[in-house]
Design a protein around this ligand. Structure first.
Ligand code: F6P
Length: 333
């Protein structure tokens, strides 16, 4: 708007707005003073994949491919391109539109930081900051009551959020999906700490963690969602198991959606602004189907189709895993 006098439409509720033709022209007044807001002024939905759209028929949920409806709405509104802001589900949806001749430019946004090809998504730093602040508060009560505090963080099948918040807050044990844990080892660490006079311990556990040879804990299924599984509950399971195996008193805290809210950190605001600017440059150059990424300390772009349907996991030999181990943190393995 400022430099190129483009007309910009805001699509409401993500792909749902494209399916239902809900979009509006954004004016200056719509986008001023929103830098400090979390979330999105346009709304969002993680249940509206045009290729697999849930429709109620005779009390039953059926899935239909409504991509044609989306294309019709894009053409009717004369949209030249769509900027798709989100994680791997969003990029999978964008890849479908690209294959159907609609230009999409992707911008990486997820607290999970699990978008393939991108070292940092925006939203991640804010979630790490919130989680670390919560862990600092848990520390106080853990120390006073001499307990094992098990704190569950989001992140789906990637441990980035738990790893970063755990290191930042000095967690004694960090459990992430990429490094399956052994309960006996976890209890050995806790009992050793107890023996040497450390009267409390903090465990950060990612919602997608699992024991060696075991499985994740599923909290619920959202049948209308393209990815119906919602993880959660492992902290409660661990508390019961730890108390039974070690006799130590333990408590669970599930941070939940608090990790997805609040004022964005300055680092996230800067990253989001740089991503938006780079996305515009790509559009003006006539780029097609590109995802803006932050890679090796600089902005770059990759093909959306090359990252769609993929998740970036923490490599077991990641430098931050080495660092955490070096300062005495256990991964329960
Ligand atoms: O992908 C972001 C995320 O917050 C995950 O970390 C979490 O597993 C999931 O979304 C929760 O989804 P919902 O808000 O639908 O419960």
């Amino acid at each position: 708007m400022h430099q190129h006098h483009l007309e910009v439409f805001g699509i409401e509720d993500g792909f749902l707005g494209l399916i239902q033709n809900r979009m509006r022209v954004l004016e200056w007044g719509d986008v001023s003073n929103i830098l400090t807001l979390g979330g999105t002024i346009l709304g969002t939905s993680n249940q509206a994949n045009p290729q697999q759209y849930a429709i109620e028929r005779n009390g039953q949920t059926e899935f239909a491919d409504v991509t044609d409806r989306v294309i019709e709405h894009v053409r009717a509104n004369h949209l030249d391109a769509i900027v798709c802001i989100g994680g791997d589900g969003t990029m999978t949806g964008a890849a479908n539109l690209i294959q159907n001749g609609i230009n999409c430019i992707g911008v990486p946004k997820t607290i999970d930081n699990d978008l393939e090809g991108c070292d940092q998504t925006f939203g991640f730093d804010t979630a790490v900051t919130t989680a670390a602040e919560c862990l600092d508060k848990i520390h106080t009560t853990a120390m006073s009551h001499h307990r094992v505090m098990v704190v569950e963080l989001m992140g789906r099948n990637a441990g980035w959020l738990t790893l970063h918040a755990g290191v930042a807050s000095g967690a004694d044990i960090i459990l992430i999906p990429e490094i399956p844990y052994d309960l006996t080892k976890v209890c050995e660490v806790l009992e050793h700490r107890s023996r040497v006079g450390k009267r409390f311990s903090i465990i950060t556990v990612s919602e997608g963690s699992k024991p060696k040879g075991g499985d994740v804990v599923i909290q619920r299924r959202v049948e209308t969602s393209p990815d119906p599984i919602r993880l959660g509950g492992i902290a409660n399971k661990l508390v019961d198991e730890i108390e039974a195996a070690s006799g130590l008193e333990a408590r669970a805290t599930i941070l939940g959606h608090i990790q997805r809210g609040g004022t964005p950190t300055p680092a996230d605001r800067v990253l989001a602004t740089m991503f938006g600017h780079h996305a515009l440059d790509l559009l003006l150059e006539g780029a097609v189907g590109k995802l803006v990424v932050w890679k090796d300390g600089k902005l770059n772009q990759v093909d959306i189709e090359s990252v769609a349907g993929k998740q970036r996991k923490v490599p077991a030999d990641h430098p931050l895993v080495h660092t955490a181990r070096a300062v005495g943190t256990s991964f329960g393995d």
